[in-house]
Design a protein around this ligand. Structure first.
Ligand code: XMP
Length: 430
């Protein structure tokens, strides 16, 4: 193994990720694990150089203070306790360690080396995946989003042909998105890729359904069914690859932190799919996942794409989805992305997309009255997607986009710009 590891045990701190990132900023790889990790689990982690017990606000659960297993103290690792009165460890700090104290602990007490970088991380993960999987087979749902793409590239490097990727085209992808998944993974990385054209199936199930939550449920549920059907056609699969990343785990709730929202890749899978999980990115933050993708040789566009919701364009084709409006969303989104890239806004704006509502307005085309749809442009900036502000897009850029949409997208005669921050609006419309 290339990297030294500092283990942070979560004893109810809200600062675990800050601490993990502080340690990584000093060049040492760190992972966050639950307080009740067993001796065997801890000893199975490679190259552990030291342990930080990270207590805090949420340490009391159901009237009881969260504790590590007493045997952990017997293992002889250098330990410090942060914001955590009592305990058998050597050094005690009252608050999040200052940089100097942290450096002393890492480099003097633990004798860790600053050898955390993406190249080493990938080499270590490749070895760990090979150890876990052996000569058996892994299945992966490859949506083409950043996380699943990076995990696919990592698994291809580690186990090549033992990986089977399934890409489900639900008809709600952006323009050329499925084609690009096939091109990159099948043609360039030579992945074993099953492409499932489920467009008619999804649009059929969604026909006439106008309620946003109902639409989301249908898309999520159908996706799992299609994936299961493909999985059952394959023989001898023992593992499921997943692009789980650390924020997914945090947001879905740890033993000491409350749930924010449940993520489909943490606990949302059917129980009768009896696979062991392979999740090589689960200790990474989003920026690190992107860096990992670049190091694995994925195209820049694939790795630096903006967030895209699981239900895809389905939540941007408002109300009951119809094919003409879905095409209008897809085409206007492609124009918006092209023009934002041309104006350099793709590197500045956090998320930008178009939506098409399910009502028409009156207009004039070729001297005749038309009654057609409208496109709404949304462009927002945010740090964590919990609040968002509207990008003040240059008027000329907006004019160019508007003119192109009106000229190139059939069935559209009006373009609007959404001025609403979050809150009270959400980023997506549905
Ligand atoms: P809202 O609309 O809640 O969106 O302000 C916040 C962020 O989350 C994205 N989003 C999703 N991402 N699956 C996802 O992976 C989803 O179902 C989903 N719904 C919304 C949204 O694009 C925005 O970045």
């Amino acid at each position: 193994m290339k990297q030294d590891l500092i283990v942070i045990l979560d004893l109810g701190s809200t600062q675990n990720t800050v601490l993990a990132r502080d340690i990584r900023a000093l060049g040492v790889y760190s992972e966050i694990h639950p307080h009740d990790i067993t001796v065997e689990e801890l000893q199975a982690l490679p190259n552990v150089k030291g342990i930080i017990l990270n207590g805090g606000e949420n340490r009391i659960v159901d009237g009881q203070a969260v504790e590590v297993r007493p045997e952990i103290y017997e293992l002889g690792y250098p330990m410090i306790s942060v914001d955590y009165p009592q305990s058998g460890c050597e050094v005690r700090l009252e608050a999040l360690p200052e940089r100097e104290a942290l450096e002393k602990f890492l480099f003097r007490d633990c004798k860790a080396e600053a050898n955390w970088n993406m190249k080493n991380f990938i080499e270590d993960q490749v070895e760990l995946i090979r150890q876990q999987v052996g000569d058996r087979k892994v299945l992966l749902a490859l949506s083409g989003g950043v996380d699943s793409s990076v995990v696919a590239a990592m698994l291809i490097r580690a186990i090549g042909e033992q990986l089977t990727c399934v890409h489900v085209n639900h008809g709600l992808m952006r323009k050329n998105e499925s084609e690009s998944v096939v091109k990159v993974f099948r043609d360039e990385l030579h992945a074993n890729l099953i492409y499932v054209d489920a467009v008619e199936r999804f649009l059929g199930k969604l026909a006439g359904v106008a309620d946003p939550e109902q639409k989301r449920k249908i898309i999520g549920g159908e996706f799992i069914r299609v994936f299961e059907e493909e999985a059952r056609k394959l023989d001898g699969i023992d593992f499921l690859g997943q692009g789980t990343i650390y924020p997914d785990i945090i947001e879905s709730g740890t033993k000491t932190a409350k749930m924010v929202k449940s993520h489909h890749n943490v606990g949302g899978l059917p129980e009768d799919l009896e696979f062991e999980l392979v999740e090589p990115l689960k200790q990474l933050f989003k920026d690190e996942v992107r860096a990992c993708g670049v190091e694995l040789g994925l195209p820049h566009d694939m790795v630096y794409r903006q967030p895209f919701p699981g239900p895809g364009l389905g939540v941007r084709c408002l109300g009951a989805i119809t094919r003409d409006r879905l095409e209008a969303v897809r085409e206007s989104d492609a124009i918006l992305r092209e023009e934002f890239a041309r104006a350099g806004l793709d590197k500045k704006v956090w998320q930008y997309f178009t939506v098409v509502p399910d009502f028409k307005s009156v207009g004039m085309k070729n001297n005749a009255r038309v009654f057609e749809y409208m496109v709404i442009i949304r462009a927002i900036n945010t740090v964590d997607a919990m609040t968002a502000s509207v990008e003040k897009v240059d008027w000329e850029v907006l004019e160019r986009i508007t003119n192109r949409i009106l000229a190139e997208v059939e069935t559209v005669n009006r373009v609007c710009y959404d001025m609403s921050p979050k809150p009270p609006s959400t980023i997506e419309f549905e």
